[in-house]
Design a binder for this molecule. Structure first.
Ligand SMILES: C[S@@+](CC[C@H](N)C(=O)[O-])C[C@H]1O[C@@H](n2cnc3c(N)ncnc32)[C@H](O)[C@@H]1O
Length: 282
């Protein structure tokens, strides 16, 4: 079979379950042949039997809604490839927005930070990579995602300035950070079932479930941050659509002053940066 025939074949099968059937078939074939999509599209090649059966296997996984990132075991984040599997949330483009203000704010400073819910390590690794004087601690209650974060820190050669702990933020004591950053679970629990099959069938519930109003974990992180941030320390949070006013109110009530917001491509406030004005030790 020739490459174009195989793409047509895969695309037809995938059209039963996804609108991105053609591009997905191209991406899968490009991954198997280790040739860029562009090259595959301009040159016709005969595909070996072994690669045809690999292709059919991966197409079948995609047919049942498995996200491309899990099938390929990689996702790009700030132009770097991150290893992912179904133990980690797939890094989202919106999450990239949280990095620039941090990099700008702490440039040339000796930043010591905590990443709550480190997941694949995309936030933590990016900060460490882009701020060479920084040191970070990443925590997560999911043991398996910590292993993925370890791989990614290592691949980006920032492991020497990092520490990973398999624990909840509730169990962080005796540290004072310059920055606490988090992309916490913030989906309203009853909405999880309404998410696309790709997400609800494959991505970890622990990474999505924000409780009855989506704000459970966010509130607890704000509350906890009062005791683990230095005075004037920064709390950088990614939040969900429609959560802005509640989060700002809670931040104010807990001694934080909002310093900056970042909106996403759909004009929703995605990230809130705030400063701790009063240091409280619980
Ligand atoms: C939305 S994901 C974010 C992953 C990654 N930071 C990113 O931006 O792609 C949230 C992460 O928080 C973790 N998590 C949930 N509750 C937690 C808790 N109490 N303490 C630490 N991590 C928690 C989940 O396991 C998940 O990996």
């Amino acid at each position: 079979m020739q490459t174009s025939e195989l793409i047509n074949f895969g695309s037809k099968i995938l059209s039963k379950s996804t609108n991105s059937h053609r591009i997905d078939a191209e991406i899968i074939l490009s991954h198997i042949l280790k040739i860029s999509r562009e090259k595959i599209l301009i040159s016709e090649n005969k595909v070996s039997k072994k690669n045809i059966s690999k292709f059919k296997y991966l197409i079948n996984r995609r047919l049942y809604n498995e996200p491309i990132a899990y099938i390929l075991n990689k996702k790009e984040f700030r132009s770097k490839d991150f290893f992912v599997d179904k133990k980690s949330l797939i890094p989202r483009p919106e999450t990239e927005l949280i990095i620039d203000p941090i990099v700008k704010n702490f440039k040339n400073k000796r930043l010591f930070f905590l990443d709550i819910g480190v997941g694949s390590g995309c936030i933590m690794s990016s900060i460490l990579k882009e701020l060479s004087h920084s040191k970070g601690v990443g925590i997560d209650i999911c043991k398996d995602t910590i292993l993925n974060a370890k791989i990614n820190l290592f691949n980006l050669k920032v492991q020497n300035r990092s520490r990973l702990l398999n624990r909840s933020f509730k169990n962080i004591f005796n540290h004072k950070f310059d920055l606490v950053v988090s992309n916490p679970p913030y989906v309203v629990r009853r909405d999880i079932n309404r998410l696309s099959n790709d997400i609800k069938k494959f991505e970890p519930k622990l990474a999505l479930d924000g409780g009855n109003d989506g704000l459970d974990v966010i509130r607890k992180i704000i509350y906890k941050s009062k005791s683990i941030l230095k005075l004037n320390g920064v709390l950088a949070l990614e939040i969900g659509r429609g959560q802005y006013f509640s989060v700002v109110k809670f931040l104010k009530e807990n001694g934080f002053r909002k310093s900056r917001i970042v909106k996403d491509y759909k004009n929703n406030v995605r990230c809130i940066f705030s400063t701790l004005l009063k240091n409280k030790t619980k």
